[in-house]
Ligand binder design. Structure first.
Ligand code: NI
Length: 395
């Protein structure tokens, strides 16, 4: 494909940059929690209407799917996805476009994702003669909350009529400066499951442990023994993490052994078979320990998102396109991440590529002072447009 098309895209994104930033700031100022993105969705619909782009709304209540058709629209379909929801965090940034919805904040950059995808819509609706096939733009609710907007949109048929051949998703990344992007082929992000354990037994005076069940000691044994699942059972090529973040009892004291101790944790990994096996092994081990020490253990595994695998061929092509667009020095290889992302549901049913847009030095994602270097949006819009066109036009 010609370099002149790259130049054209760069020119359009330079011209549109201020309106993309304006959109992003409006979204930032009006954040809404997962599955409650009413005004966000309306805002996006208004912009799409202004651009004359056809769309379907009301998928999982606030979700939107827009279509941009090039020449020969039946030939192929590529989907592009942006999430729309914000987090229950009180914003501490001192900025003119600070959240007006107290206690709710775009601290994961989904305002950037939605504004960028609107920018992509604007670019590609001006270039319909330059590509073949159809673009399916997915504005998704509820990424931050189980069971995840992606899984629900898929249930409501977002990947049908027409079925895309591939899907792209972009996420802000404070670890990289604006102007750079990162890719990773294959396994990239982890499945995330929540663990809830309740150890039970007849507690009593701490001075007379021989007469009672020591639920606290059982809980301690369970916590340390469960680490064996990761250190002794997991295959060396499958990353796994087990962490407990909460341990609590009702009624205990220095001299009272409680009847009940509750433990909460997370288990993350990157292989579905091992994930199931590990769940079973953890339950068996915890219950066996409790029983051997005279108590019981209720063990609930609340399954979260599956692990995210980037399709190797697709990611290779997307990375190649990125190198053409911004040069090799600005395209980096990403490390594995043990965080989760519901884009993984799309990658289970079709080739997907989830890549990272450098958004500059900031406090981390999900913190009250998270923000982005807004110059990154120009690349966010241009690069996604360029990759999408490349995928549509390849033979
Ligand atoms: Ni996010």
């Amino acid at each position: 494909m010609s370099n002149s098309l790259v130049e054209k895209i760069k020119q359009i994104t330079a011209n549109n940059h201020s309106s993309v930033v304006q959109n992003r700031r409006w979204l930032h100022q009006h954040p809404e929690l997962s599955f409650e993105e009413i005004h966000t969705s309306q805002f996006i619909q208004n912009r799409l209407n202004e651009l004359g782009i056809e769309f379907t709304k009301g998928i999982v209540k606030t979700g939107i799917v827009a279509f941009i058709k090039g020449r020969n629209p039946e030939k192929k379909t590529i989907a592009l996805r942006a999430d729309m929801d914000a987090l229950p965090i009180l914003e501490e940034n001192d900025i003119s476009y600070k959240s007006q919805n107290d206690g709710v904040m775009h601290a994961c950059g989904h305002d950037v994702h939605s504004a960028s995808l609107l920018g992509v819509a604007e670019v590609l609706s001006q270039l319909t003669q330059e590509f073949e096939g159809t673009l399916k733009l997915i504005f998704q609710p509820g990424e931050e909350k189980l069971p995840g907007g992606a899984s629900l949109m898929i249930k409501e048929g977002v990947l049908e009529n027409p079925t895309p051949q591939a899907i792209l998703g972009q996420h802000v990344f404070p670890d990289l400066p604006a102007g750079k992007v990162g890719f990773r082929s294959g396994m990239y992000m982890a499945s995330c499951d929540e663990l809830y354990l309740t150890v039970k037994g007849k507690g009593g005076h701490a001075a007379l442990p021989h007469k009672f069940t020591d639920t606290v000691l059982i809980a301690c044994e369970i916590i340390s023994s469960l680490q064996q699942i990761v250190s002794r059972k997991a295959r060396p090529d499958i990353p796994s993490v087990l962490s407990f973040g909460k341990i609590n009892s009702t009624g205990g004291a220095t001299n009272i052994i409680p009847d009940e101790v509750k433990i909460e944790g997370t288990f993350r990994t990157m292989n579905e078979e091992w994930r199931t096996e590990a769940h079973e092994a953890m339950v068996e081990l915890a219950q066996g320990i409790a029983k051997s020490m005279g108590g019981t253990c209720e063990f609930e595994v609340r399954k979260g998102y599956p692990f995210l695998k980037n399709d190797e061929t697709l990611t290779g092509r997307a990375k190649e396109a990125a190198i053409q667009y911004i040069g090799k020095e600005n395209v980096v290889e990403l490390d594995l991440r043990m965080t989760g992302e519901d884009f993984s549901y799309y990658t289970q049913s079709l080739p997907g590529c989830f890549y990272r847009l450098g958004t500059g030095d900031s406090s981390g994602l999900h913190t009250p002072t998270f923000n982005v270097d807004e110059s990154s949006l120009e690349l966010g819009v241009g690069l996604m447009s360029w990759i999408a066109i490349n995928l549509l036009n390849e033979q």
